[in-house]
Design a binder for this molecule. Structure first.
Ligand SMILES: O=C(O)[C@@H](CO)OP(=O)(O)O
Length: 337
């Protein structure tokens, strides 16, 4: 289904080399991701050839990791009863060098500015006591920098490792052969589907100059409407078709299996995902603005997403009053580190 959605999303843009490249890699990416992330028994670090050797399931990890809150370690009195609760953290990347210059960026791969680096580190402090088992980022460096910088602040001190599935050789050459080392790692899955919306012929233009030329109203419609694409670019609706399909196909199964997930992505790919999580209408999403580098927390429980706002700081009591599981996780960190 996602493949159909994707074809629909890019069908109008066959002349664009970016999307053509994406199209060529799409099936390969999907195959790889499905192979590694289908369910809680996914062997995230494994290759096909040695899956049995290094298989790692959620339950196996929880036994070995004293800080882990796996589904099998429910905080209810019934310790055998599985809890479906998991944390979902969304972070829009920190300020990029083109945000700083007020340029339309879209899918141009621009790094963080100095301020963006500081924002990512600050975001990391805010989520430093919230469990993270798997990280999803876009394929763009500003989101990946944000995820990595944020994780430098995490108290659990696991090492985020980018998973390379782009070829059999990449898989083979990036294997990890120690179970202990894998248990101290967090897989980072980078996917173009979480990229910023493709901004078409606005990419690289100054936002103010574009508004002066085409009028504030027209530019606001390009930037914030749900279904009006910028010239030869993606509307939010088209961006949602690939980003939300990816979220449902690849990220929800992780949450369902009790994995705590962080997503580092972009203003518009995250707006489309939040629209799905919060069931916003196409009118309501127009006024949804996301700041750079501010983490947003959701609790996934019994198939529902409960929005908890933005954690204020690692020591803020309210942050950890969200659920018993998060409070217990922080308590374990306090005891251990
Ligand atoms: O330039 C972009 O890619 C985006 C996000 O920075 O801009 P906008 O604020 O218009 O969504």
């Amino acid at each position: 289904m996602a493949a159909e959605v994707y074809r629909h999303a890019v069908g109008t843009f066959q002349s664009h080399s970016y999307l053509n490249n994406v199209n060529n890699h799409q099936q390969k990416l999907r195959n790889n991701l499905v192979r590694f992330l289908v369910n809680k028994d996914s062997a995230i670090y494994s290759s096909r050839s040695n899956r049995s050797l290094i298989r790692s399931s959620a339950s196996q990890t929880s036994v070995a990791d004293p800080v882990s809150l796996s589904p099998s370690r429910s905080l209810t009195n019934d310790t055998n009863k599985k809890s479906n609760e998991a944390a979902l953290i969304l972070i829009r990347h920190g300020e990029s060098l083109w945000n700083e210059k007020n340029l339309f960026t879209g899918c141009v791969d621009v790094p963080l500015s100095k301020k963006g680096i500081d924002e990512a580190i600050e975001a990391g402090k805010r989520i430093s006591s919230i469990p993270v088992d798997v990280i999803f980022t876009s394929a763009l460096i500003r989101a990946q920098m944000t995820a990595m910088l944020a994780m430098t602040q995490h108290r659990r001190k696991k090492v985020p490792i980018i998973i390379h599935n782009e070829s059999e050789q990449a898989r083979q050459w990036s294997q990890v052969f120690s179970e202990d080392t894998k248990k101290q790692s967090i897989p980072v899955i980078a996917s173009w589907q979480l990229n910023e919306r493709m901004y078409g012929e606005l990419q690289g233009l100054n936002k103010q100059e574009t508004a002066d030329r085409y009028g504030q109203e027209q530019v606001h419609e390009w930037r914030r409407s749900y279904d009006t694409p910028p010239p030869n670019g993606e509307s939010l609706e088209m961006c949602a078709e690939r980003a939300v399909a990816y979220f449902r196909d690849q990220i929800e199964p992780q949450l369902l299996s009790g994995k705590n997930v962080m997503i580092a992505a972009h203003g518009n790919s995250l707006r489309s995902i939040i629209m799905y999580l919060d069931k916003l209408t196409s009118q309501e999403v127009i006024s949804l603005e996301l700041s750079t580098g501010i983490p947003m927390l959701y609790i996934f429980k019994e198939g529902r997403f409960i929005r908890r706002g933005s954690p204020i700081g690692p020591k803020e009591a309210g942050v950890y009053a969200y659920t018993k599981r998060l409070a217990l996780y922080r308590q374990k960190l306090d005891e251990m580190f």
